[in-house]
Design a protein around this ligand. Sequence first.
Ligand SMILES: *Cc1c(COP(=O)(O)O)cnc(C)c1O
Length: 386
Amino acid sequence: MKDATLVTILGRDPEQQHGIVNPPTWRASTVLSPDVESFLNRRYGEPGSYGRYGTPTTAALQDAIARLEGGYRAIAVGSGKTAIAAVLLALLRAGDHLLVVDCVYGPTRRLAEGFLRKFGIETTFFPPAAGSGIAAYLRPETRVVFLEAPGSLTFEMQDVPAICEVAHAAGAVVVMDNTWASPLYCKPFALGVDVSIQAATKYIGGHSDLMMGVITTTRALFERIRHGVFEVATAAGPDECTLALRGLRTLAVRLERHMQSGLLLADWLRRRPEVRRVMHPALPDDPGHGLWRRDFTGASGLFGFVLEPCSKAQLSAFLDHLELFGMGASWGGYESLLIPTDPRPLRSAVPWTEPGQPMRIHVGLEDPEDLIRDLEAGFRRFRHAA
Ligand SMILES: *Cc1c(COP(=O)(O)O)cnc(C)c1O
């Protein structure tokens, strides 16, 4: 079955619940055992054994995401950042070395540079284009390689299979933040990844009203990851899981529209005199296009572009009066967003030296002609403020 069908049927079983289409929202702390035998044998970490490990609602969502990602099993936690922190704490110990791609999500970089260092874990950032050249960055104590393709802010691709091959040969595990593509447009386990992380806050939620992270792993790593994750985190709440399941049902149609409108706007921006460059791996002249075409089956509505060097007044004139583009953190909802970014403090392996103002755009589900009209008016104000 295709993903567009799977998202409508996974994680639900109407025959088991009075014919009702959706699974119920089971809320729980205490779960009673019928006898001493089962009380003594209740299974640590299984949904339905104690509220902290989730309920059957959590299990429904986890089963659906694991299947879509192509992994063994999944664990849903309170946010994408929680998922990243819990996985790294589960896999690493004092004295270990962590390799992280230089274009990684800012909070992941801060976690590695600051918090993990405190526990005696050392991090090196490597160039996104390294590919199998990652071998030069591996140490005998390297245990984890962390990828995010395309990366936050600059949308640089990585050669995921080549990196997995080199990392595995050296005994390291590969973790990938797969939020941009969602479980529909990239299948990380088919590329060799061991752990995939989704900020379900983004496209799976899809309506800017949910915080959630989902960790999917191989069979070999599942028990180890689950044990570590539940030492520091709690399963996502049942109401959140219901919202995530609801978002999942429309993910395929929403993503298709995000992709189409995103490509339309990327192409339009590419031709604007105010724009130096668009960063979108689905554009044929993007440096990551070959890898994207080989490993991904679609693109989301999130990408970057660099404005020609401009004044603060010009930037304000452009952004402050947009009608349809909001300014705010996060993305993946139905609404469009546009924010200025600054990759400079978030780079160490390959410094960001390009002139001009980098931007990040999330193309929502509005009619793309309305979005273009809004940006056109913004560029008019931008020129007049010069
Ligand atoms: C938003 C985001 C996260 C963090 O997710 P939260 O749910 O906001 O904690 C992690 N990775 C990427 C790529 C993201 O965009």
